[in-house]
Design a protein around this ligand. Structure first.
Ligand code: FEO
Length: 169
């Protein structure tokens, strides 16, 4: 049985993962509107990945006989300065997610909820990958500079990358 504190924190994290989906979908929409179909596809898949994170927590709460309460999701930003701004926003957002996962883990340890702490280890490892991937793409965006052909190639490459795979490959 989850403690009330743990349950509330997990429900909040479900909301935050759903917000991540919304945020990345908004980035995908911006990329589509700015003739960057590869990046649009990449961010759309990132959004789907975020939903799977939310559902992992959703199922876990039920596995522990808890009650999922879906909280309101705020409106994400819809305007971005550039594709570089998109990936910088993503990186900043992932750093916040990492901090909230670490807080959840600390709470699980405080509550002596070992099952939840073990479940959260998957998320801790996932955040290492999420931050690494965002950082790599930022570096690649910076290398593009003013080159239209380099941008075309990067966009095409990101359209072929499934999130979570090596973006340097
Ligand atoms: Fe669910 Fe991108 O962290």
């Amino acid at each position: 049985m989850l403690s009330e504190k743990m349950l509330n924190a997990l429900n909040t994290q479900i909301r935050d993962e759903m917000y991540s989906e919304y945020f990345y979908l908004s980035m995908s929409a911006w990329c589509s509107s700015n003739d960057l179909p590869g990046m649009a596809s990449f961010m759309r898949l990132k959004g789907e990945e975020e939903r799977s994170h939310a559902m992992k927590l959703f199922d876990y709460v039920h596995d522990r006989d808890g009650k999922v309460t879906l909280l309101a999701i705020e409106q994400p930003p819809s305007e971005f300065e550039s594709y570089l701004d998109i990936f910088e926003n993503q990186f900043e957002h992932e750093k916040k997610v990492t901090a909230s996962i670490h807080n959840l883990y600390a709470l699980a340890m405080e509550e002596k909820d070992y099952a939840t702490s073990v479940m959260l280890q998957w998320f801790i490892e996932e955040q290492v990958e999420e931050e690494k991937e965002a950082q790599e793409i930022i570096q690649q965006c910076k290398k593009v500079g003013e080159s239209k052909s380099a941008l075309f190639m990067l966009d095409e490459k990101l359209g072929l990358v499934a999130p979570g795979t090596d973006t340097n490959a």
